[in-house]
Design a protein around this ligand. Structure first.
Ligand code: NDP
Ligand SMILES: O=C(O)C1=N[C@H](C(=O)O)C[C@H](O)C1
Length: 273
């Protein structure tokens, strides 16, 4: 626990793209402090100062590889790592009865079930996108999908990310797909087309299609296209800086500190549910 009253946050994956962005965000946001920084046991970054690595100078938080003692002394965890790691960290957060903010994407149904089980004791906020803009976009997509007849308008979701991204469709694309499906009162899993190749046949009425592009340094672009006969509506979000995700994650942790254990979304945090 922090003597200052600030929320002590452990950043797991502290040397990663989002890990470093989180260290910088915590440094500038009131009410939170970096309690510990974690990387894998074989990481080349162990022993380095997390602040120095993130470009803000020494903050006297060395990157270490043992999450359990760090979680025991903290109020929350910010986790943008990998699915198997997030499942493991959710178990530790449950043991420590603390807040766990999960931005990791590409989780399987089995991973999500384990995270939901951990939320019996941990206060978990999980979202494929922590930005205000994307979560507002999801509300708009839900409204548009509800207003437009599936017989008249086809929904396609297009995303582009940097060349290092390992999962597709992106967590955000799936979040937007869920919003569209909710607006139409259908189940996304039963109505999505995640890949097209070869002789696909004509488009199935009411389906929700996905397309993923990868290249360069693109932080994250998403468009939901509602295509009718003779007209097309495009609802888009363009992330220009990872700081929008990091600030959202810190905001989520501060919000969750006052909440009971459970599984929450960023729409809960932002009051957009
Ligand atoms: N929800 C949102 O708003 C956002 C979500 N994301 C998601 O966050 C995740 C991370 O993205 P990004 O930062 O670009 O990826 P990076 O690969 O840059 O960072 C991930 C970091 O986590 C580390 N890591 C992985 N497993 C463990 C473990 N078991 N213990 C400790 N550290 C571990 C990695 O180490 P190593 O390199 O050694 O594997 C790496 O340093 C992705 O799933 C991405 O889609 C990204 C941006 C926004
Ligand atoms: O891997 C990324 O970079 C991002 N991942 C998230 C996703 O899968 O949607 C969020 C953001 O678009 C960046």
């Amino acid at each position: 626990m922090s003597e200052s009253g600030d929320m002590g946050l452990v950043v797991v994956g502290a040397a990663g793209r989002m890990g470093q962005t989180l260290i910088r965000a915590i440094h500038t946001m009131p009410g939170a402090r970096v309690a510990a920084a974690i990387e894998r046991p074989d990481s080349a970054h162990l022993g380095k100062d997390a602040g120095e690595l993130a470009g803000i100078g020494i903050i006297n938080v060395p990157i270490v590889n043992d999450p359990l003692p760090a979680f025991a002394k903290a109020n929350g965890v910010l986790d943008f790592t990998a699915p198997s790691a997030s499942v493991e960290f959710a178990g530790y957060a449950a043991q420590a009865r603390i807040v766990h903010v999960i931005g990791t994407t590409g989780c399987s149904a089995d991973d999500n079930a384990k995270i939901a089980a951990a939320a019996r004791h941990a206060t978990i906020v999980k979202s494929g996108n922590m930005s205000l803009g994307v979560n507002l976009l999801a509300v708009l997509v839900e409204q548009a999908a509800k207003a437009l007849d599936p017989e008249d308008f086809d929904i396609e979701i297009l995303e582009m990310h940097h060349r290092h991204k390992v999962d597709a469709p992106s967590g955000t694309a799936l979040l937007l797909g869920e919003a569209a499906a909710k607006g139409r009162g259908i189940d996304l899993a039963d109505n999505s087309v995640r890949v097209r190749d070869g002789h696909t046949g004509v488009r199935k009425t009411g389906s929700i299609g996905f397309a993923a592009l990868r290249g360069g340094s693109v932080v994250g672009d998403h468009s939901v296209i509602l295509a009718g006969t003779g007209e097309r509506i495009t609802l888009s979000h363009h992330a220009e800086d990872r700081a929008i995700f990091a600030r959202g994650a810190v905001k989520a942790a501060l919000w969750a500190r006052a909440k009971k254990p459970g599984l929450y979304s960023m729409r809960d945090v932002l009051g957009l549910s």
